[in-house]
Design a binder for this molecule. Sequence first.
Ligand SMILES: Cc1cc2nc3c(=O)[nH]c(=O)nc-3n(C[C@H](O)[C@H](O)[C@H](O)COP(=O)(O)OP(=O)(O)OC[C@H]3O[C@@H](n4cnc5c(N)ncnc54)[C@H](O)[C@@H]3O)c2cc1C
Length: 399
Amino acid sequence: MAIERRTFLKGMGSLAAAASVNTLAFGQQQKISVGVVGGGIVGASIALHLAKAGAQVTLFEKTAPAAGATSKSFAWINAFTSDPHYRALRLKSINAYQELDRQLNLNIIWGGAIHWAINLAEAERMKASAAEFDQAGYDARMITPEELAALAPNVRLGPFDAALFSPLDGHMDPVDVTRKMLDAARDRGATIVHPCEVTVLRFKGDRLSGVSTTAGDYSLDRLVIAGGVDTPALAAQAGYTPPLTHAPGILIHTKPTTALVGRVIESPHIYFKQHRDGRIIGTDEAYAPDLPAHQGILEGPQEMPEEIRAMHGERILGKIKDKLPGATDAAYDHLTLGFRPMPQDRLPIVGASPGNSDVYIAVMHSGVTLAAIMGHYISHEIMQDDLIDELAPYRPDRF
Ligand SMILES: Cc1cc2nc3c(=O)[nH]c(=O)nc-3n(C[C@H](O)[C@H](O)[C@H](O)COP(=O)(O)OP(=O)(O)OC[C@H]3O[C@@H](n4cnc5c(N)ncnc54)[C@H](O)[C@@H]3O)c2cc1C
């Protein structure tokens, strides 16, 4: 009977039309079994929301929780984008995080972010964005020099032409938040397996039957692939290769130092933030500049020798100290090189694989910002007889 119902629903052409409970003979009920590939922040949030919704969840992580892009992320939660639809989605995620933070004590720092411009053209762009954002319900207000100085008392501002404050923004320790989400998923019955790499997707006819992993075989009804930059290789087995571009980025992490700043600081030459324990995280370039020395790193994932890390670390730390004179004692700890799971059009890719509707793809940049709302929406789509209209622009088949 379970098979008949599922076959019928599949005939309707919708993964979202799957039931969350398979009905067995004699009225017994069995939870739908959903595998999640990837223990980054996106996979962790999906696993948590699926477990809350009553699925039997198994999350597979090939190395350790948050080991991928998540631990190398600046982890600023914000809704900055010129695309109104995408901005609304990000705003919803900010709201969803506020709720999750209350429930799970995620320790997010809700201090907002400040930005300033040092030339008139940039200042005009900033004012136009502020007006547009404000109309859309994303509080991003122009502030006076006095207000800026009061919001960032320990920051050396220098001359500037305009400044903006986005008070709804937050930032987090992404490794800590991912672990808390995984703990909460486990508390609701999810199984988290690591180190465990999913190597083969197994099918019976046109239905998923499970996966083979480095820790054995698992039977599954559905699979969500949230494997970051590794998603295309695995999703190809379900007939779909999400188009990602290569997007490396470095961040310096200091040892804990005096508490100096409670918000994200985005100055024209450097951006940084400080965790509650005093560690400062920052960088001076969002993406690797196109220089001859960077050709290897711009072409594909590559290791970075320790002396190059230390060189960039000291260079960036110097810029942070210039803006934050009270941080003279801040010492370099380490530098991370991360590879963003960046879809070709920079927008999230979420939805059933066009090649097999039992396999769901979830790959995105800004995954730290989006994880809260995506976990909620994706679990809803898998567990309920529903597709969420708001996700329509982000479907895998748009390319
Ligand atoms: C320098 C930098 C700065 C960033 N700044 C921000 C920011 O300020 N705000 C923001 O919102 N976003 C930011 N991002 C982007 C954000 O970090 C990512 O979008 C997000 O971490 C993606 O999370 P994820 O869980 O999808 O992927 P990942 O964290 O990469 O997790 C994927 C996991 O899947 C595992 N995996 C892969 N294949 C398999 C397999 N076959 N079997 C088992 N496990 C597998 C990997 O080991 C990995 O742990 C930044 C990224 C970088 C690199």
